[in-house]
Ligand binder design. Structure first.
Ligand code: FAD
Ligand code: NAI
Length: 472
C-alpha cells in the first residue's frame, strides 16, 4: 500500500528541506526524500550546502583565517605567537563536527514540524490517481504535489573524471589530508577563490588557471580589480586566459599542460588538482521519463518564473533549475512554492539576491554592476567609500577595499551595491533590504548607523552618490 502525502519533496538540500518545513507549517502532510549518506551510511540532511558546500567551506575558511592571523597579523597587535603549529587533521575533524551539527539540526526541524523523512533515492514511478507515485528507496509514496529539489553536481573537465585522490571536486577539496605543497585549481570562480584561499593560508603554493581573460567577469569591474590586487599581494597566483590541455596523473601528483594568454605552451606540476569550473543540474536516478517531466539541454528541469514544470502539481527549485546556484536562492524558491501550493502568493525577487565570495577580503554584491548599467544605457550616479577611511576597519586592522553604490541618476533609487572588504557578507544585508524596499541612496544616507562600525562605510558610500561624504 502506497503512503499518501499532500506534498512530497525529493531532495533534502537547502531548497528541499526548507520547502518541506514551509509546506508542513502550512498544514500539508509532507514527506521529504533524501539519499545523502554520511561516512557511516546514515542520513546526512542538508544536501551539497551542508555536506560538501557552504558549511564545510566556511568552517575551513574560518580555521585557515585564524591560522593566517596568528602567523602573520597578531604581531601587529603586540601578540607574540611562538611555536605556531597546524594540526590539519583536527581542523578537518572540527569541520566535520560543524557539518554534523547542521545535519542533526535539520533532523530536529523535521521532527518539530512533523515532516516525514525517507532516507533513500526518490524516483518517479508513474502518474497516479490525484497525483504521482514516487519510489522512496523500496517504499511507494503517492503525492498530490511533488517538489523536485535534487540539486547539482560538480562539472568535470572532459576526459578528466574526478578520482577525489588527485583530481578533486569540491568534495575532495574539502578533505585533503595534510597540506599539499603545490596545489592547482582550474577555474577562478567562487569555489576556486574560496578553496584556493583556504589551502594558500595553510601553506600550499597555489596556482589557479582560469579560461577567461577577465577576472570575475560577473563582478563589478572596479571591485574585481581591487580584489585581484589583494589576492596578488597574498601570493594567490591566478593565470587568466589559459587553455587547459592534457592532464596526467602519476605517483608524483598531477601534471597539467596548458597554453597561457600569450599562446605559449606551459606545464604546471602539482600534488593535487581541484577542478572548479561550474556545476551541472542533477537528475540522476530521478527517472523523469516515467512521468514526462521536461528537462532542457543542460539537464535542468524546465520551469517558469514560479517554478512550475510542464506537469501539473510538479514543481522544481534550487540548483536543478535556471538561475544562480545559491543556497539562499534555493530556499526562497522552496518557501515560495510551498506557499503557491497553499494558494498564497509566494514571491522571489531575483533582483535582490545577494552574492558573497567568502575570501579575504570578502566580496559581496546585490543588483546591477556598473558595466551592466552602461550596457543597458541606464543613467546612474556612483558613490564609493574606502575602508581606509573607516575607523572600525582601522581598529580591526583590515582596511582593504571599499563600498560602491550605484543609484538611478533621475530617481536616486539604489540599483546595485558592491563591496570588497572586511565582513562584506554581513554588510550586504542592509543593502539588500534597502533595495527590496526600493530605497534611494538618500534614504540610506539619512539613516543613523552605529559608530564605530563597518556599516558606516555603506552610509558614506550613499553620501558619496551625492558627492558629500563626511569622512573622506
Ligand atoms: P543540493 O544542496 O545539491 O541538495 C540536493 C539534495 O538532493 C542532496 O542531498 C542530494 O543527495 C539529494 N538528491 C538528489 N537526487 C535525489 C534523488 N533522486 N532522491 C533523493 N535525494 C536526491 N551557496 C551559497 O549560497 N553560499 C555559499 O557559501 C556556498 N558555498 C558553496 C561551496 C561549495 C564548495 C559548493 C559546491 C557550493 C556552494 N554553494 C553556496 C552552493 C549551494 O551549495 C547550492 O546552491 C545549494 O546547495 C543548492 O541547494 P539545492 O537544495 O538546490 O540542492
Ligand atoms: P563558477 O561558475 O563560479 O566558476 C567557474 C570558473 O571556471 C569560471 O571563472 C569559468 O570561466 C572557469 N572555467 C570554466 N571552464 C573552464 C576551463 N575549461 N578552463 C579554465 N577555466 C574554466 O563555478 P564554481 O567555482 O565551480 O562554483 C560553482 C557554483 O557553486 C558557483 O557558481 C556558485 O553558484 C556556487 N558557489 C557559491 C559560493 C558562495 O556563494 N560563496 C561558494 C562556492 C560555490
Amino acid at each position: 500500500m502506497a503512503k499518501n502525502f499532500d506534498v512530497i519533496v525529493i531532495g533534502g538540500g537547502p531548497g528541499g528541506y526548507i520547502a518541506a518545513i514551509r509546506a508542513a507549517q502550512l498544514g500539508f502532510n509532507t514527506a521529504c526524500i533524501d539519499e545523502w549518506k554520511n561516512a557511516k551510511g546514515g542520513p546526512a540532511l542538508g544536501g551539497t550546502c551542508t555536506n560538501v558546500g557552504c558549511i564545510p567551506s566556511k568552517a575551513l575558511l574560518q580555521s585557515s583565517e585564524h591560522f593566517e592571523h596568528a602567523g602573520k597579523h597578531f604581531a601587529e597587535h603586540g601578540i607574540e605567537v611562538k611555536g605556531l603549529a597546524l594540526d590539519a587533521a583536527k581542523m578537518l575533524a572540527r569541520k566535520d563536527t560543524v557539518v554534523k551539527q547542521n545535519n542533526d539540526g535539520i533532523v530536529f526541524l523535521f521532527k518539530k514540524n512533523k515532516v516525514t523523512f525517507f532516507h533513500g533515492r526518490g524516483s518517479f514511478a508513474k502518474a497516479a490517481d490525484g497525483g504521482y507515485e514516487v519510489k522512496a528507496g523500496e517504499e511507494s509514496l503517492v503525492g498530490k504535489n511533488i517538489i523536485v529539489a535534487t540539486g547539482s553536481n560538480a562539472r568535470a573537465l572532459p576526459g578528466t573524471p574526478f578520482d577525489e585522490e588527485n583530481i578533486l571536486s569540491n568534495d575532495g577539496a574539502l578533505r585533503i589530508q595534510g597540506v599539499p605543497k603545490k596545489l592547482g585549481l582550474i577555474g577562478s570562480g567562487v569555489i576556486g577563490l574560496e578553496m584556493g584561499s583556504v589551502w594558500r593560508r595553510l601553506g600550499s603554493d597555489v596556482t589557479i588557471l582560469e579560461g577567461l581573460p577577465t577576472f570575475l567577469g560577473a563582478v563589478d569591474e572596479q571591485i574585481a580589480r581591487e580584489a585581484k590586487k589583494a589576492f596578488d599581494k597574498q601570493g594567490l597566483k591566478i593565470e587568466l586566459g589559459v587553455k587547459v590541455g592534457e592532464i596526467k596523473t602519476g605517483k608524483k601528483g598531477v601534471s597539467i599542460a596548458y597554453t597561457n594568454a600569450r599562446g605559449e605552451a606551459q606545464a604546471l606540476d602539482v600534488d593535487k588538482l581541484i577542478v572548479s569550473i561550474g556545476r551541472v543540474p542533477n537528475t540522476i536516478g530521478l527517472n523523469p521519463e516515467a512521468v514526462g517531466l521536461k528537462l532542457d539541454e543542460r539537464g535542468a528541469v524546465v520551469v517558469d518564473e514560479e517554478c512550475r514544470t510542464n506537469l501539473p502539481g510538479v514543481w522544481a527549485i534550487g540548483d536543478v533549475v535556471r538561475g544562480p546556484m545559491l543556497a539562499h536562492k534555493a530556499e526562497e524558491e522552496g518557501v515560495a512554492v510551498a506557499e503557491r501550493i497553499a494558494g498564497q502568493h509566494g514571491h522571489v525577487n531575483f533582483n535582490t539576491i545577494p552574492w558573497v565570495i567568502y575570501t579575504s577580503p570578502e566580496i559581496a554584491w546585490v543588483g546591477q554592476t556598473e558595466q551592466q548599467l552602461k550596457a543597458a544605457g541606464v543613467k546612474y550616479k556612483a558613490g564609493t567609500f574606502p575602508f581606509m577611511a573607516n575607523g572600525r576597519a582601522r581598529a580591526l586592522g583590515d582596511t582593504t577595499g571599499m563600498v560602491k553604490m550605484l543609484a538611478d541618476a533621475a530617481t536616486d533609487e539604489i540599483l546595485g551595491v558592491h563591496i570588497v572588504g572586511p565582513m562584506a557578507s554581513e554588510l550586504i544585508a542592509e543593502c539588500v533590504v534597502a533595495m527590496a524596499f526600493r530605497a534611494s541612496s538618500e534614504d540610506l544616507a539619512r539613516i543613523c548607523h552605529a559608530h564605530p562600525s563597518l556599516s558606516e562605510a555603506t552610509k558614506e558610500a550613499a553620501l558619496a552618490v551625492d558627492k558629500r561624504t563626511l569622512n573622506f
